[in-house]
Ligand binder design. Sequence first.
Ligand SMILES: C[S@@+](CC[C@H](N)C(=O)[O-])C[C@H]1O[C@@H](n2cnc3c(N)ncnc32)[C@H](O)[C@@H]1O
Length: 318
Amino acid sequence: MCCWLFSRGAVAPPADCSITAEQAIRCWAQHFTLHGISEPLLSSQYIISHVLGEKTLACVQRKRLRDTLNDRERERVWELCSKRLTRMPVQYVIEEWDFRDLTLKMRPPVFIPRPETEELVSLVLEDSRLIQGDSHRTDLRCLEVGCGSGAISLSLLHSIPQLRVFALDQSQTAVCLTMENANRLGLQDRLEVHLLDVIKDADVILSKCNPVDFLISNPPYLLSQDMKTLQTEILKFEDHSALDGGLDGLSVIRPILALSSKLLTPRGRIYLEVAPCHPPIIQQLIEEMMPGLLYLETRCDLTNRPRFCILQKKGEDG
Ligand SMILES: C[S@@+](CC[C@H](N)C(=O)[O-])C[C@H]1O[C@@H](n2cnc3c(N)ncnc32)[C@H](O)[C@@H]1O
């Protein structure tokens, strides 16, 4: 059946074809495999569940899977699966993705949030000083550098009612997508999003959001030499400036640290997602060059790789 379907070309579905959702999932998974598409079965399942109005296959009713796709559904499946054949990531194909408990709009080339960044957000939420606050604090202020789709900022706003966030990104598309996601989730009132570059616009950033209680960032941190090892999906569709951190992967991290020492309230914290090679380098940098900051700890991700750095601005008493 599948060979017959695709012998006439994948872009348009055969008009005379009657196919159930279940059969379409199998056929497209096989076709993806033949074309070397990564995660062929998952891709097919995500796309067809999406066309049927659900997020995952587990949410689609059994009976629905055995029903024949109507013309509109079949055309949509073919249209979206043909996009996936070009190696477009499934998150861009279905135009949305879940991050923690939020569903966010996705649009190329804005960086697709990764699962480990959910752990970065958890580190902040575990900090009882921030969540409970002291009894006099009615507001908390945070800066996110490199907001992308808004995943981190919006999750924090969603979980901490007294938080105000300043988010910035050097990409206009990212700034627009963060605003769009904030509006869709009703979180726009406590969020300011700015088109700013942390390397070039430090003075503007200081004037707009000084001071903040904490700074969070999942910056571009890959070493330039490792960019070529990335999957085709990433290289072809995601913004390279969201990933490439320069020769040592620290070209955006260094200005973030320099800015933090001026921007944070005493004992204010910095939460960074980094490459596994970075924590000792950042610790040395802080100890030798940035006397106003304290390196608190390195935390590992779920696969036990050292991926997160927590730092603190020294208090007035050192
Ligand atoms: C790895 S992505 C993270 C996006 C989002 N925070 C997330 O975790 O899904 C890094 C983001 O930093 C932005 N960025 C890169 N260089 C920057 C710079 N110099 N100043 C501000 N933002 C920058 C990129 O445009 C990109 O959106």
